[in-house]
Design a binder for this molecule. Structure first.
Ligand SMILES: [Zn+2]
Length: 389
């Protein structure tokens, strides 16, 4: 079985799910270029959970993980009690980003190839990114990147309508490197959804000077709309429709029902981020409760125990995900996979002789360990919620 799925393939797979088990609901909103932010629902229990993927387009493994998880539920390969839980899935928080990245992937890697062939592309991508990371560290090298260069024929002409026009305009206006679509984490007008909040640390940073991304992506600027890191399009503090929709959706579920938890997926790092005590006052919830921090840590710790990830607290409120975690403190953010370089390295599923543990069966480990971790973390979320009442 091939590991990589593009946007259309994932949607086809979702269309074939058993509609008695997982229902497609109305989209929670639409993007600037009118793509739906789809919402699916499992179960009818009183305890509601939200699972999201793909805030960052390049983190394709998150979309594939969540879609495969839904497929397993639909086929009865895993079980979650539908009388106890209602699970809301948002498998594409940033559909434009996912489309840009998967169109780039398909410009080089066709759908109809063997598992072995697909693996050689993933391995090459990984190795090229690794080399570029070393060059960046050793020589402060900011030249074109090998892993982007592989995708230099992926151009905005692959994209439809206004989305294609927008990406084309950004590439020309900011002189973005060839092959940049493969690293597109932002939405179609070049705003990084996780940085796109009122208190983004990047708003001040980008005012002073040019800022760049790090390591194997140190040729990409964060201070202008583009593939990574830019907090707003033109107007400081302007919130993108994807983030408005997501926040509305959380509020709606939380107001109408009993929201017991949420899993927000990113990649990569093998990390579970929990809430932590901070020096600054929390801008969204000034009366922030210490028990929330403790409960959040318990949940994060449980997830980490099963997935064998590390738990890390963040001491700043400067991302959209930090905002969600603050307002809905039962949320945890999970960074899938321990190898660098999205979108392709997390699809490596090899067991090469002599390779380290981190490098073995990367894909299978991500899928299996995190499936298990969700299932085993849910009862703890439920317990903590019951105690609060
Ligand atoms: Zn991310």
């Amino acid at each position: 079985m091939k590991r990589i799925l593009d946007y259309e393939e994932m949607n086809e797979l979702l269309d074939y799910l058993d509609k008695n088990i997982i229902q497609k609901c109305d989209p929670i909103g639409y993007t600037n270029f009118d793509y739906p932010i789809d919402h699916y629902k499992y179960g009818h229990g009183d305890n509601h959970v939200i699972i999201t993927a793909g805030t960052h387009g390049a983190e394709l493994i998150t979309n594939v993980f969540v879609v495969r998880f839904m497929e397993k539920l639909s086929k009865g390969e895993i079980s979650i009690d539908p009388d106890i839980y209602t699970i809301h899935f948002i498998p594409f928080v940033n559909p434009e980003g996912t489309i840009i990245v998967t169109k780039a992937i398909r410009s080089l890697i066709p759908r109809n190839i063997s598992f072995d062939q697909e693996q050689t592309y993933c391995l090459t991508y990984y190795r090229n990114s690794y080399i570029e990371g070393q060059y960046a560290t050793k020589y402060d090298d900011m030249d074109n990147k090998l892993q982007e260069w592989m995708f230099r024929h992926a151009t905005p002409s692959l994209l439809e309508g206004k989305l294609g026009e927008s990406v084309d305009e950004l590439i020309k206006k900011y002189n973005l490197p060839k092959g940049v679509m493969i690293n597109w984490s932002s939405n179609g007008r070049g705003v990084d959804l996780n940085s796109n909040i009122e208190f983004s640390e990047y708003i001040d940073k980008i005012k002073s000077s040019k800022t760049y991304s790090k390591l194997h992506l140190n040729n990409l600027r964060r201070d202008v709309p583009g593939p990574v890191g830019c907090p707003f399009y033109e107007v400081e503090g302007e919130i993108e429709p994807e983030n408005k929709a997501l926040l509305n959706f959380y509020n709606e579920v939380n107001d109408k029902y009993n929201l017991i938890g949420s899993f927000i997926y990113h990649s990569c790092g093998n990390i579970v981020f929990c809430l932590s005590e901070t020096k600054e006052k929390n801008p969204w919830k000034p009366d922030f409760n210490e028990n929330d921090v403790k409960d959040n840590f318990l949940v994060a710790n449980k997830y980490a125990e099963i997935s064998k990830y590390k738990v890390i607290g963040r001491d700043a409120y400067t991302t959209m995900d930090a905002k969600l975690k603050t307002l809905f403190p039962v949320s945890i953010l999970i960074e899938l996979g321990g190898v660098r370089a999205t979108p392709l390295s997390q699809f490596m599923d090899l067991d090469l002789p002599g390779s380290g543990e981190d490098f073995k069966n990367v894909y299978s480990k991500i899928i299996n360990d995190n499936t298990d971790a969700i299932i085993k973390t849910l009862p703890l979320m439920l317990d903590i919620n019951k105690k609060k009442k």
